[in-house]
Write a protein that binds this ligand. Structure first.
Ligand code: IPM
Ligand code: MG
Length: 390
């Protein structure tokens, strides 16, 4: 007898109903949010350090040494604590059957801010269980709604800051799609009013406070009518509150082309995008800056913030035995962003200057795709530069 899929359709509809109710509750929680923590008023700041998978522990060791040196006095006086958090490894996550095991999540929530190495996400479409990316879980659990990624190439006039929405879009239900076996699969994309308003406001406030005169709103609202349509409409409403800033609307495909078009790209300053487009285009932008190993990334919410390298865990480097050549610059750039976020501005400035000196054209030690310095050698070079300036 021909299967008319009634039972499967019914099961999918029930799942969809649960999802809709959960997402409405999430939107309502966002509407009640209380506003951001002021780190300058805290007596003590706890910085959690998470190694992650693949090259993560190698580059995080480097970042830890940098922070220990920069914050030596503040650690000694108890103003800052560096707290290593174990257990966010693929092996432990698989063993516990949780993308972020409960005890690890509790340890993370006891910190103020986190510096995290990359974590591996098992890909879908295989026999492995559909485990959510640890990043996505953490962004959701800590409500880290703004993924801020700066990219700068001064000699080419590039000074970009990407504000990627970080808690919804294609990601929020990415592991909870439905499937009619051997027929079709269907994922969900969610855009809420409150979620769009807060990321749009963050982007425009940043532009206003940092003298940036252009914000590009990037969607594919010609195709994704409901979700990107909403994102575009709300972003434009917020833009109208900032008459001194030029806001432009672009589609993601042509924006991907614009970034490699030298005649146009320098006019862009701040980009405001839904989650997946922001994911894709920030890798492109980091590559223009010198590779995904060079871009820092912050995930910021009102209560917590998490800083990380823009790239993944590079399991291929580990498999090929060249993990010691991993480039720590991206995660160290993230450490600089972390220091700035918790108002340790002079330490952030010292680190920024040392990073510029040790990565710029006069750098004496270079990381260069397995031909140049190792991660440890570069770290020694950076630490020596820092020690001269503290
Ligand atoms: C990023 C990464 C993550 C993402 C992965 C690791 C889940 O690519 O931070 O850009 O897709 O957001
Ligand atoms: Mg990415």
């Amino acid at each position: 007898m021909k299967n008319n899929y009634e039972a499967e359709i019914k099961a999918c509809l029930e799942k969809y109903e649960t999802i809709l109710r959960e997402q409405i509750a999430r939107a309502e929680r966002m509407e009640q949010d209380a506003g951001a923590v002021d780190y300058s008023k805290k007596d003590k700041i706890i910085i959690g350090l998470i190694g992650g998978d693949g090259i993560g522990p190698i580059i995080m060791e480097s970042a830890k040494k940098v922070l220990e040196l920069l914050l030596k006095e503040k650690i000694a006086s108890g103003k800052v604590e560096l707290r290593v958090i174990e257990g966010l490894t693929l092996e432990n996550r698989i063993a516990k059957g949780q993308s972020v095991p409960d005890d690890v999540l509790a340890a993370i929530k006891a910190c103020d801010v986190i510096l995290k190495g990359p974590t591996t996400t098992p890909k879908g479409g295989t026999d492995a269980p559909d485990m959510e990316s640890a990043n996505v879980t953490l962004r959701r659990e800590l409500d880290l709604y703004a993924n801020v990624r700066p990219v700068s190439v001064p000699e080419k006039g590039i000074d970009w800051t990407f504000f990627r929405e970080n808690t919804e879009g294609e990601y929020v239900l990415g592991s909870r799609g439905v499937e009619i076996k051997d027929k079709l699969a269907c994922d969900f994309k969610v855009t809420t009013n409150a979620g769009t308003e807060r990321i749009a406001r963050a982007a425009f406030e940043f532009a206003k406070n940092n003298g940036k005169d252009n914000v590009a709103i990037v969607t594919k609202a010609n195709i994704m009518k409901k979700t990107d349509g909403k994102f575009s409409r709300i972003a434009n409403q917020i833009a109208a509150e900032y008459p001194d800033i030029t806001s432009e609307e672009w589609y993601i495909d042509i924006m991907a082309a614009n970034l490699v078009n030298e005649n146009i790209r320098t006019k862009f300053k701040v980009f405001l995008l839904p989650n997946l487009y922001g994911d894709i285009i920030t890798d492109e932008a980091a590559q223009i800056q010198g590779g995904v190993g060079t871009g820092g990334s912050s995930n910021v919410g009102d209560r917590y913030a998490m800083f990380e390298a823009i790239h993944g865990s590079a399991p291929r480097m580990i498999a090929e035995g060249i993990g010691h050549y991993a480039n720590p610059q991206s995660v160290i750039k993230a450490a600089e962003m972390l220091l700035r976020h918790v108002c340790l501005i002079s330490e952030a400035d010292i680190l920024a200057a040392a990073l510029e000196k040790t990565t710029g054209k006069d750098a004496k030690v270079r990381i260069d795709e397995c031909k140049g310095a190792t991660c440890a050698e570069y770290t020694e070079y950076l630490l020596a530069e820092l020690a001269n300036n503290i």
